[in-house]
Design a protein around this ligand. Sequence first.
Ligand SMILES: Cc1cc2nc3c(=O)[nH]c(=O)nc-3n(C[C@H](O)[C@H](O)[C@H](O)COP(=O)(O)OP(=O)(O)OC[C@H]3O[C@@H](n4cnc5c(N)ncnc54)[C@H](O)[C@@H]3O)c2cc1C
Length: 472
Amino acid sequence: MSEAVVVGSGPNGLTAACLLAEQGISVTVIEAAERPGGGTRSTELTLPGLIHDECAAIHPMGVASPAFEALGLERYGVEWLWPEVDVAHPLDDGPGGAMYRSVERTAEGLGEDGPAWLSAFRANAEAFGELREEILGPIVHFPRRPLELARFGLPSLRSAESYARRFSTDRGRALFAGSAAHSFRPLSAPMSASIGTALITAGHAFGLPVARGGTQAIADALLGLAAGRGVTVETGRRIGDLGELGGPDLVLLDLAPQGVLELARGRLPGRIERAYRRYRYGPGSFKLDLAVEGGIPWKDEACRKAGTVHVGGSIEEIAIAEAEINRGRMPERPFVLVGQQYLADPSRSVGDLHPLWIYGHVPSAWPGDASDAILDQVERFAPGFRERIRATFTRSTLEFPRYNENYVNGDIAVGENSARQLLFRPRVGLDPYSTGMPGVFICSQATPPGGGVHGMCGWHAARRAIRHLERA
Ligand SMILES: Cc1cc2nc3c(=O)[nH]c(=O)nc-3n(C[C@H](O)[C@H](O)[C@H](O)COP(=O)(O)OP(=O)(O)OC[C@H]3O[C@@H](n4cnc5c(N)ncnc54)[C@H](O)[C@@H]3O)c2cc1C
């Protein structure tokens, strides 16, 4: 029987393990942390009974994932719950923007920008179900639907600022910019529109749900599935050298390129080692988990019903904040994401005490405490918010890598979303999952299709590994 070891138990590592085990391969997953799941763990971080998502919270890519669909995660307990409003974006002056799963309803709310929103996203959202397998994989491939793929992909080559010019109102531009800012890139950078267009398109096709009981439900489903296929999971064991693994037929590394370099210790072919050393990491995040009595008193009504609120004001203000963090400077008004998962999933609250998931974009390795800057941003659109906070948990850019060492210098996206790394990650080449070491593959979010809880990096890497075994 062939043997495989997967190092790291994030959603990509666990997806890879499930797929390998399905082929009759004996699989062991080895995880440094005491609890498996990587970015899909949920914990009572503030007060007893309040369930906080430690990392991932909102799952447009999870519900759309062909890998999760094929694995049948719903049968293992994942239940998606949608908020009434998917994304809200408050503004200082005038009504903010609101995004619903229905592209038509979103357009109706955007007034004179409604037709531009429809023309930007409706056709792509309708095609997304068919295109998702191609979009959620390596860029270099033989396209099955070239025309639809081109209509989806070509506008994404633009900068977010240039893409947003199709909208004429502040709220239309801001609603787009909030999603584009998920890239952590300056909004003037080439391809900085791409993550925004992908998220909005997926959101209109599948919505932005949360998982009942916390994102942990996704980890638990993958672990249940893996256990049923005979996978062994060892926790609390950090691997520092590939030599510790013995001689399995396959090794899949759910690690940042920096981790692969450490484990390989000179075994990588020179050109791949150089490419991994050149791999660039992006800005950092500062996370705040709060217990808030009565929730956030947003002035904007849509914000009170939204699963996700993008807090950063106008596109111009977001552009300044994102440019600053990319220059290594902490902005006075950072871009902030607020998750109100409890609105769709009340089981996470205790009475009128609700868990709030918030993070702000900060420079890479920024050592400070961004709590005040982040809270000020929310308070600006929700006066009286601070008075409702009953407990706080924070995680800085220095603490993130201690929690999960893939988050190099607090980069939760595990790699800068520059045009080069959006097209080719973790290196330029036809086989992004190959490390050049026979039988050893990289399967983390540093590979295509990149960040998010979708398992597709693990899915593609495992398929590649299985082909390697068949040829050996
Ligand atoms: C604050 C935050 C918010 C996020 N929000 C969202 C969101 O709303 N929606 C979404 O889809 N995504 C979100 N993400 C991103 C999502 O969590 C990641 O894209 C996803 O978890 C990546 O999965 P992965 O399997 O590649 O790696 P990870 O989940 O990072 O797992 C890697 C695992 O490898 C382990 N490991 C590392 N080194 C070693 C070693 N040497 N030996 C053994 N084990 C090791 C780590 O401990 C970790 O458990 C968020 C992330 C963060 C941090």
